[in-house]
Design a protein around this ligand. Structure first.
Ligand code: NAD
Ligand code: UPG
Length: 440
């Protein structure tokens, strides 16, 4: 059993803290957000993440999981300190390290015995050295700095954390590496590896992983766009290439572009790192550029259908899905926001529905968009349905009811949720991404 402190109790911090407690450790989580800490202490999970609540409540009840706003309190008894702090993009695209380095400095002032300080935030190559220097400014005891990037995905974060494909540990200290291996041993019992490497390689691994996944998506989006032009079906092409084990079937789904708090920011940050080293990372610049265009594709299809933007004023659209992907309430960099802004600018009316994310979108758009409490209710009297996020509950609607409620039997699907032959049989005009259009 180890004493673990987690600084930053956002998405990663809360999942990591809960999972470390679940594997028998004593965990104290620190956050400067007083309201958040108060809620967590009172048994309220502050993020929407399937499967987290049960583990969180059990570990809180069994007193393995604690919360505080005081960094000093957390530093007293811990062996390991995780930094799970934000690293948002600065104006030039680089990751802003002010939170990470600010906390590192404070840690240096507070620690009185050997600690392993672990950076779990996504940070540019060379940050471990900066963290080490920031702690060393005031530290009077030994410490080690380790880079331990996190690969969890929102929506399946608990599973990803408890059963990771791999754990990456960037460390140049044997003592720290051993502490980390002991902590992670319960998570890799199934046989997945702990990969120990130098800190710079660990930091680069995180950006390389996200950039490679983003690249697959942008590549497939371009293949889909070309399928549209040549009359091929991207569903078939995806299966055709995904069955080649060298390519694999994951992350080949075209759509309205990738969003979320990670891919857009991390692709930008790696481009910036390359620039700092006078390297022109051409392929990654294209990945970003393709993604920006893809976010506008659905609106372009709508414009083309109506014969120009001037014909969109006064049209009423039902929109299903607002979060950047299903099973999360996160709307950071969500393609839905691009679609909403473009349609509102053209004078359209939008009635939106999302199982989890409506509250967050309302904070941004206010009453410019109407929100429906059921997916079906959003359809009433709309000129068309637009699908932006592929929540499971949209996959098999009562199509008779959809037809009755919509003014026109017209669907623009940005996530290829339905089978296009079936849609034709059902009597819908159906536009999707990279598949033959069903016109009546
Ligand atoms: N969200 C993901 O899916 C994910 C996955 C892998 C890696 N990451 C990376 O992990 C890092 C954290 O991401 P996140 O999504 O958990 O961020 P987040 O914004 O959800 O949470 C960050 C938390 O840190 C707190 N905080 C800010 N300053 C603080 C301070 N001085 N002391 C204590 N707490 C402080 C904030 O109040 C917030 O609760 C980022 O670098 C991100 O890129 C995120
Ligand atoms: O085939 C696909 C797969 C995903 N997406 C989109 O890509 C974005 C990101 O999806 P996903 O990777 O599932 O979500 P995140 O929770 O952002 O997770 C990514 O970012 C995290 C933060 O760095 C990493 O830890 C994860 O490993 C990495 O998958 C979403 O908008 C998806 O709609 C597609 O368009 N097509």
């Amino acid at each position: 059993m180890k004493h673990v402190a987690v600084v930053g109790t956002g998405y990663v911090g809360l999942v990591a803290g809960t999972c470390f407690a679940e594997t028998g450790n004593q965990v104290i989580c620190v956050d400067i957000d007083k309201a958040k800490v108060e809620k967590l202490r009172n048994n309220v999970v502050t993020i929407y993440e399937p499967g987290l609540e049960v583990l969180f409540k059990r570990n809180l009840r069994e007193k393995r999981l604690h919360f505080t706003t005081e960094l000093a309190e957390a530093m007293e008894s811990c062996d390991i300190i995780f930094l799970a702090l934000p690293t948002p993009p600065g104006e030039d695209g680089s990751a802003d390290l002010k939170y990470v380095l600010g906390v590192a400095k404070e840690i240096g002032k507070l620690i009185k015995s050997y600690k392993v300080v672990v950076n779990k935030s996504t940070v540019p190559v060379g940050t471990a050295d900066k963290v080490r220097a920031a702690i060393a400014e005031h530290a009077t005891c030994d410490f080690d700095v380790v880079s331990n990037p996190e690969f969890l995905r929102e929506g399946v974060a608990v599973d990803d954390f408890l059963k990771p494909d791999r754990v990456v540990i960037g460390s140049s200290s044997e003592r720290a590496t051993e502490v980390m291996q002991q902590l992670y041993e319960p998570f890799v019992r199934q046989g997945n590896p702990i990969l120990v490497m130098d800190e710079r390689s660990a930091e680069m691994t995180k950006y390389a992983a996200n950039s490679m996944l983003a690249l697959r998506i942008s590549f497939m989006n371009e293949i889909a766009n070309l399928c549209d032009k040549v009359g091929a079906n991207v569903d078939m092409v995806r299966r055709g290439i995904g069955t080649d084990f060298r390519i694999g079937k994951h992350f080949l789904y075209p759509g309205v572009g990738y969003g979320g708090s990670c891919f857009p920011k991390d692709v930008k940050a790696l481009i910036k790192t390359a620039q700092d080293y006078e390297y022109n990372f051409q392929i990654l610049k294209s990945v970003e550029c393709v993604n920006e265009s893809q976010k506008h594709l659905l609106v372009q299809k709508i414009e083309a259908y109506y014969g120009g933007r001037e014909h969109i004023a006064g049209k009423k659209f039902a929109m299903w899905g607002l979060s950047f992907k299903p099973n999360t309430d996160d709307i950071r960099e969500a393609p839905s926001l691009v679609v909403i802004h473009a349609l509102l600018e053209m004078g359209a009316e939008i009635v939106a529905y999302d199982p989890e994310a409506m509250g967050h979108v309302k904070q941004i758009v206010g009453d410019k968009v109407t929100f429906a409490s059921l997916a079906e209710d959003a359809l009433n009297d709309a000129d068309a349905l637009i699908i932006v996020t592929e929540w499971n509950e949209f996959r098999n609607p009562d199509f008779n009811s959809v037809k009755k409620r919509l003014k026109h039997h017209l669907i623009f699907d940005g996530r290829n949720v339905f089978d296009n032959h079936k849609m034709k049989e059902l009597g819908f005009e159906y536009y999707s991404i990279g598949r033959p259009t069903c016109q009546l």
